[in-house]
Design a protein around this ligand. Structure first.
Ligand code: KG4
Ligand code: ZN
Length: 342
């Protein structure tokens, strides 16, 4: 132990296009949080290029970890455990984080904890609300995932709803590309939509079969593309702000309604958001309004903890660590790791 009464975890995140490391005490108190984003590099290609992402992680990871320690004014002796994302994500990028964490854990003789990236997103909520306790219902919406998750305990999750095709963030990114906004699309659609009319175009609010909690976003993406093609063929002028606003409203409507229904049906008192799409200003506003109207408490992480970061991995790693979970040096990247899987 480090002599500090608190348990201090170094979190490492490299599952996609952010190289990130952070130092967090007792799973909730961020002491340092360093994020090197590769977005400017991938913007050139209109999306994340896995091979380039891996190479950038290799170049940056040691500097990012060093800075996380120095910003925290700590040395390796202060660190109780290293937590690292081992899935889901892109295999190359994941392997850079996992092999770096294993090498450091071995060299410094520090325990290692493997963290599920999606569970990390959920745990970002403990940083922003230091009093938040399970159970609650959480919508996790990112570039690769859209799930409604029952957070039964700090390390126990049950999937209540899932997407049958595209993730919500992926739909934002694809629609943004069709509108010529570039990568990453979410923040660009978010800001353009502020100038548009959300009722201008009626895009479908898709439900899936008989599951009231599942999602499908490929239909709405196709409707947007059809709408744009139709306008082009008829020579009609398109208001891209109206398209962005109407598309965004249709996605958010479904995300909010399904999550609130899941919370009520499962007897939850709190609804939370997580993942990159949780940074969306209209989603935050709408979920808060509808949750409170339904008598539920609403929570969401600060913007910086919505998109990928090391602090959320350290937070999730803390709850695993105090339950005695440890990874060994055989820890491997699992690109399709499911939430709640060990
Ligand atoms: O969680 P995250 O950083 O990475 C993954 O785990 O995928 O999420 C990235 C996703 C991207 O699809 C991005 O377009 C979306 O989150 N995103 C947003 C916003 N900011 C990021 N989507 C909608 N509105 C935003 N403001
Ligand atoms: Zn993520």
């Amino acid at each position: 132990m480090n002599g500090n009464p608190k348990t201090v975890i170094l979190g490492i995140e490299t599952s996609c296009d952010e190289t990130a490391a952070a130092v967090v005490a007792d799973g909730r108190e961020v002491i340092s949080n360093v994020i090197y984003t590769q977005i400017p590099t991938h913007t050139l290609y209109g999306g994340v290029v896995p091979e380039i992402a891996s190479r950038e992680h290799v170049l940056k990871i040691n500097q990012v970890i060093k800075k996380a320690l120095s910003d925290a004014e700590m040395t390796w002796d202060d660190i109780d455990a290293i937590a690292v994302t081992y899935g889901p994500g892109l295999v190359g990028p994941l392997l850079i984080g996992v092999s770096t964490a294993k090498a450091l854990a071995y060299a410094k003789d520090i325990p290692l904890v493997g963290v599920n990236h999606i569970e990390g997103h959920v745990c970002a909520n403990y940083i922003t609300d230091s009093a938040l306790e399970p159970p609650y219902m959480c919508l996790v919406a990112s570039g690769g995932h859209s799930h409604i998750v029952s957070v039964d305990d700090y390390t126990k999750y049950t999937i209540i709803g899932r997407t049958h095709d595209d993730a919500a963030g992926e739909a934002f990114d694809k629609v943004a590309r069709a509108l010529g906004l570039g990568y990453p699309g979410g923040p660009k659609v978010d800001s353009l939509a502020r100038d548009g009319n959300p009722d201008a175009i009626e895009f479908p609010r898709a439900s899936v079969g008989d599951s009231p909690y599942d999602f499908s976003f490929s239909g709405i993406k196709s409707s947007v593309l059809n709408y744009l093609n139709g306008c082009e063929m008829k020579g009609e002028e398109v208001s891209i702000a109206d398209v962005a606003a109407s598309f965004q409203m249709a996605v958010i409507d479904v995300l909010c309604n399904h999550t609130i229904k899941a919370a009520i049906d499962h007897g939850m008192k709190t609804v939370a958001l997580a993942g990159g799409v949780a940074a969306n200003s209209l989603l935050r506003e709408t979920m808060k309004e509808r949750a409170e109207a339904a008598g539920l408490t609403f929570r969401c992480p600060e913007l910086i903890y919505c998109t990928d970061n090391g602090a959320m991995i350290a937070a999730a790693g803390y709850f695993e660590f105090i339950e005695g979970r440890r990874a060994d040096l055989y820890l491997n990247a699992i690109p399709n790791l499911k939430i709640g899987e060990r």
